[in-house]
Design a protein around this ligand. Sequence first.
Ligand SMILES: *Cc1c(COP(=O)(O)O)cnc(C)c1O
Length: 383
Amino acid sequence: MTTLMIEPAAGRFGDYGGRFVPESLVPACGELAAAFRDAWADPGFRAELDELLAVYAGRPTPLTPARNLSAELGIELLLKREDLAHTGSHKINNVLGQGLLARRMGKRRLIAETGAGSHGVATATAAALLGLEATVYMGERDMERQRLNVLRMTTLGAEVVPVTTGSRTLKDATNEAMRAWVADVDGAHFLLGSVGGPHPYPWMVRELQRVIGEEARRQAPYVPDVVVACVGGGSNAAGTFAGFADTGARLVGVEAAGGAALTDGAPGVVHGARSMVLQDAEGQVAEAQSIAAGLDYPGVGPEHAHLAATGRAEYHTVKDDEVVAAVRRLARAEGLICALESAHAVAWVLREAGTPLLPAGTRVLLTLSGRGDKDMATLGDVA
Ligand SMILES: *Cc1c(COP(=O)(O)O)cnc(C)c1O
């Protein structure tokens, strides 16, 4: 699948992607694309990033056979352990790459949006490490839901700006972060947390997350039949898929039933890219609804819209109650408490094992995108 291998021309993935931004951001997006193209081709930059990923972020993360659950389900399940990466999820891969790039571009400040707070914490972490300032936009409602992550960010020295508009969640925080970038486009780098947004973000973030899939490919004793990951904006899935795009493995993304842009959405433009978007009857961006704050987003990265349209990847949904049950079952079977986001992928495997979607004996590789510490209060509220 060449679309997963190279920079897409003009940032287009088939009918999706592109750059739909205010005129004031067009030069900045162009400069960013040129800077990343240059850095990504520079062995010095790659070596610096690889070193940070190894000695700072804890890569390579292990590939763990889920032996007990495999026996219970009658399949072979391998877990790619992004929960063991520094700050507790795959988000660190992206922020270290973009942080190094921002420094290389002479920026002094990182601006980020965050939902659950994981991307905000990762951005604050990269800023501290690399000697940059960080301003993180977070919906007021998410700040209440994820108090601990707010404290982590401020402890790391970041400024957290509450967003009080709209649904006071990730969609609105992203709008505010983009506005803040317009206001300080020379001094700041907008560090987008997933594979959405205008070109070059969908391409750049997928390249920075590709390490997940490439490591897993090397670590797995075989090419799996099915590769599965949860999809919010789609970065851990895109990075995972990138390692298996040229194999015969089925690529499966799992969305929250209440935020299923690929299943329930329609083509539209959100946050600078044409993709699949949840919309109301008037075509306005609709609210997403998920127990996992990190999946509570009405859009999805444009490459996933393209992979769905071409049939190279398939996308399914799971409901909140299945997700909660999946966290508990994985915890009890394997001693792993995963994030509610990651549990979407687990829930789909639990539901489909033994059905025609995952017949007995299927070899499944699943990316466990993060750890569940941040979700204990949420889980505690669910009977
Ligand atoms: C942010 C996050 C997600 C969702 O983001 P993607 O871009 O879809 O990967 C999934 N899992 C965890 C643990 C997260 O922190």
